[in-house]
Design a protein around this ligand. Structure first.
Ligand code: C5P
Length: 220
């Protein structure tokens, strides 16, 4: 008989996920999170997996959509939107994941990987992939300043999981960053990297959306 039990390390944890979907899609040209992939919106793919992987989900949306769908209204930056979401997460949540709606193919396995790392003692855990290109630090006038050692670099994804109080403290001074792990690291938190997933690609350009549609049609 198969019994659906909570893995031992997650017993006593209350896991909530904030899905941030309030961006305006500047690089894409329109709010990409509302484009369709196989008859479901990009945001709905992300929210469905978040729901299956968490005890509760807060979806952060632009004002018009939030009014129609009942989500939380976002802010003018990603970090501000995360804070709008944080305000709606119940105070008894012990682990909070933050996930970009623009990543429709994050798996439940990936959610569990980052959550388990936090259950095991990390302040935060984020998926990372090795970078294949050589990376350069450059000046504002495009002069190369230096070349970091590629073997010490990963490209990080969401979902990112955090011990709830650590994430709340990291956001308490209203800081800005392109992800939440940066804020936790800056506050001295220990953030672990787990194996990222190449399928968990962030949809940034119309080509990315075409790729996502092709994946669901089995063409890639
Ligand atoms: O494109 P960018 O990296 O800024 O967006 C990552 C995620 O953050 C997207 O899912 C986007 O909808 C969300 N976001 C947001 N509020 C903003 C800007 C971005 O929820 N003001």
């Amino acid at each position: 008989m198969s019994v659906n039990t909570v893995p031992t390390q997650r017993v006593g944890e209350k896991i909530w996920t904030i899905v941030v979907a309030a961006g305006s899609g500047t690089r894409f040209g329109s709010p990409k999170q509302f484009e369709l992939i196989n008859e479901r919106r990009v945001v709905d793919w992300a929210v469905e997996t978040a729901r299956a992987s968490s005890d509760g989900v807060v979806v952060v949306l632009p004002a018009a959509q939030a009014q129609r769908e009942g989500g939380v209204v976002g802010g003018s930056t990603r970090s501000a939107s995360v804070r709008c979401g944080l305000a709606a997460v119940p105070s008894d949540a012990t682990i909070i994941c933050v996930h970009d709606a623009a990543r429709p193919f994050a798996s439940e396995f990936l959610f569990h990987e980052v959550v388990d790392a936090v259950c095991a003692g990390a302040d935060g855990a984020v998926p990372g992939l090795p970078v294949v290109d050589t990376i350069k630090f450059i000046s504002s006038d495009n002069v190369v300043i230096s070349t970091p050692d590629r073997s010490q670099i990963v490209a990080v994804q969401t979902p990112q999981a955090f011990r709830a109080n650590v994430l709340r403290v990291a956001h308490s001074s209203n800081p800005e960053s392109t992800d939440d792990a940066t804020l936790v690291e800056t506050n001295g938190g220990r953030v672990l990297i787990v194996h990222g997933d190449p399928l968990n690609r962030k949809l940034t350009t119309p080509e990315d959306l075409n790729w996502a549609r092709a994946i669901t049609r089995g063409e890639v």
